[in-house]
Ligand binder design. Structure first.
Ligand SMILES: *Cc1c(COP(=O)(O)O)cnc(C)c1O
Length: 339
């Protein structure tokens, strides 16, 4: 029995669901995890996460396909990325096969919260790992907790995907050789002030440039960018401090193998952005948000696709990937994992 919820009117907010998965790292090893009713975290006031921000997280979604299966999308890539994030933060990585098993277990335990096909809503799955052991000297903690909880979230685009406006930020997101390529809360803490300012000025998000030269496109606070050039090729910015988005990697595959597009991954300068025909933001939540305009200090870069709808190439990418996710188009091997 599904929960009695008006799925279409849900926003992107936290709703407590029945079960979460919790595993502890103690005495140098990960213990077996359990499913728990307890949504609260209790820890020492000296926990490493509270002082030195030893924390990383993931985000993926579970949903119902057209033929009624409960599935999630490429959880093995979330397992791999969380492993890489943990290593970079001197945290003990959670075993990748156990990560995927735990995602399945927690979604299964909350099956009544998985929105039905066609509602546009999904069950957002949030794995998170943090140092809960006490540490006062600057060093990695000895104890950690790995947790996966779920929350139902509404359709990202209510009433159609309207293109968004972005601004070129005067703040930096991630230093070269820093932590921009891992999914850590610390990369978000310092972006909140900048994104509040952007919102006040009427922009959906900030576009961050490369800190050393401030001439190259990196990404926004929480999504990778992609462009379509005058020849219809998909152009994807390349940099060591961009977070490797699973949606972006999937779109690149779809562009090459389903749509026969040429994909060019390279450094992209701000100076050449006016030459592009279409622009989009990509991430798990929206798959692709079309971008209509980028404001560079009062100079407006407007894309040909305009402020009313997605450009034709972005639309095709969006339709094909969401078709694969929902089971309307055959998926590449291993992309759709049944619960
Ligand atoms: C999570 C995230 C993305 C999107 O990644 P997906 O795997 O596609 O959801 C992009 N940029 C940043 C900074 C992120 O944290």
């Amino acid at each position: 029995m599904k929960k009695d919820i008006d799925w279409g009117s849900l926003g992107f907010e936290y709703t407590k669901t029945d079960k979460r998965f919790i595993a502890r790292y103690r005495n140098g090893a990960w213990e077996d995890g359990v499913l728990s009713d307890d949504a609260s975290v209790v820890m020492s006031e000296c926990a490493g996460v509270l002082h030195y921000a030893q924390e990383c997280f993931e985000g993926l979604k579970a949903y119902t396909t057209e033929d009624g299966r409960t599935v999630c999308f490429r959880p093995d890539l979330n397992a791999q990325r969380m492993h890489d994030s943990a290593v970079r933060l001197a945290m003990p990585p959670y075993p990748q096969d156990k990560f995927v098993e735990a995602v399945k277990a927690v979604v299964k335990a909350n099956e009544e919260w998985v929105p039905p096909y066609g509602s546009g809503a999904t069950l957002y799955v949030r794995p998170v790992m943090y140092a809960n052991g006490p540490v006062i000297g600057v060093k990695p903690a000895d104890e950690y907790e790995f947790r996966i909880f779920t929350t139902p979230v509404g359709p990202y685009f209510k009433g159609g995907a309207k293109p968004v406006k972005l601004k070129i930020s005067d703040f930096d997101r991630a230093a070269p050789h820093g932590t921009g390529n891992i999914k850590a809360g610390l990369n978000y803490a310092m972006s909140l002030y900048a994104v509040e300012l952007a919102h006040e000025e009427g922009f959906a998000e900030n576009v961050y440039l490369d800190p050393p030269t401030r001439t190259k496109i990196e990404e926004t606070g929480g999504a990778n960018m992609l462009f379509v050039d005058g020849d219809g090729n998909l152009v994807v910015p390349k940099s060591g401090s961009i977070l490797p988005s699973i949606t972006r990697r999937s779109l690149v595959y779809v562009a090459e193998h389903y749509l026969g597009l040429k994909v060019i991954e390279r450094e992209v300068t701000l100076a050449e952005v006016p030459d592009f025909k279409e622009c989009g933001l990509c991430g798990t939540a929206a798959v692709i948000s079309p971008v209509g305009l980028i404001d560079d200090h009062g100079k407006e870069i407007r894309f040909e696709s305009g402020m009313e709808k997605m450009g034709p190439v972005v639309q095709k990418l969006y339709d094909t990937l969401t078709g694969i996710q929902m089971g309307r188009i055959e998926a590449p091997e291993g992309w759709i994992v049944e619960i």
